[in-house]
Design a protein around this ligand. Structure first.
Ligand code: TMP
Length: 235
């Protein structure tokens, strides 16, 4: 599998074409941004950790009935994936109050919910990824009702599987964001699952082991990513 032209460079990844029109190569960067790109920095080693962690978790999810774009890990930072058309919805699941939810609801962080929440943001950087509901998504023709139902079903399976898995590593899955794509008419999980896109707290100490350390200038950012990676046991 060989990289051809650069198709897209995002905030955390580059995406390359390959000789196969159905296959792309993603190349994870150490670059980090927050607040829609206003804050910029580098988290040394992040690209390799996010690449290998995403692939590890996507493989687990495949065994639990969630189709993903994963094909093959090519190197520390590079993975061959199925070329999808991204559904422009950020799908956020929360198990505990934190982040924008805590702020919006005037709640402290870390309150366990009676049941998980699911919300959508419209994936649009110019608008700052606004919060929308299913009816907005249908009105704007971002996805069909059948696609949204599939996305919701998969998102809750992802939550169940990841919660249990992280729990076995001594980590509480507070919340996360995932994205889906269309591949030959099917909805499959795409993008990444990493400390960039999940809130992960140590179960005992409640120490934050995710990108909030960067967003909020909490220090020890690299250590947190390394600690999550170490617990995955995939070296
Ligand atoms: P929020 O509390 O800021 O809405 O974030 C919810 C979850 O989504 C959290 O795990 C971090 C993740 N997230 C992203 O992956 N990308 C983003 O751009 C934002 C704002 C949040």
């Amino acid at each position: 599998m060989e990289k051809k032209e650069l198709l897209y460079e995002g905030k955390a990844k580059k995406v390359f074409a390959t000789e196969d029109p159905d296959v792309l190569i993603v190349d994870y960067k150490d670059d980090a941004t927050a607040f829609n790109g206003l804050k910029k920095g580098t988290i040394v080693g992040k690209g390799a950790i996010n690449n290998r962690m995403t692939n590890h978790i996507f493989k687990i999810l495949e065994t639990k009935g969630v189709p993903t774009h994963y094909i093959e890990e090519l190197s520390d930072r590079e993975t061959a994936v199925k070329k999808v058309e991204i559904v422009p919805l950020e799908v956020i699941i929360r198990n505990f109050s934190a982040g924008s939810f805590a702020k919006k609801m005037g709640m402290e962080e870390g309150i366990k919910f009676k049941q998980p929440t699911l919300e959508f943001s419209y994936k649009n950087d110019d608008l700052g990824d606004p919060f929308i509901n299913k009816y907005y998504a249908l009105a704007l023709d971002l996805a069909t009702e059948e696609e949204i139902n599939t996305i919701e079903k998969y998102a809750f399976i992802v939550n169940d599987v990841m919660r249990e898995y992280f729990d076995s590593l001594g980590i509480e899955l507070i919340d996360f964001k995932i994205e889906f794509g269309r591949y030959h008419g099917q909805i499959i999980l795409a993008d990444e699952v990493s400390p960039d896109t999940c809130r992960l707290w140590d179960k005992e100490t409640h120490e934050k082991l995710d990108k909030d350390r960067f967003r909020r200038d909490l220090g020890n950012v690299e250590d947190a990513y390394q600690e999550v990676f170490r617990r995955l046991g995939i070296h």
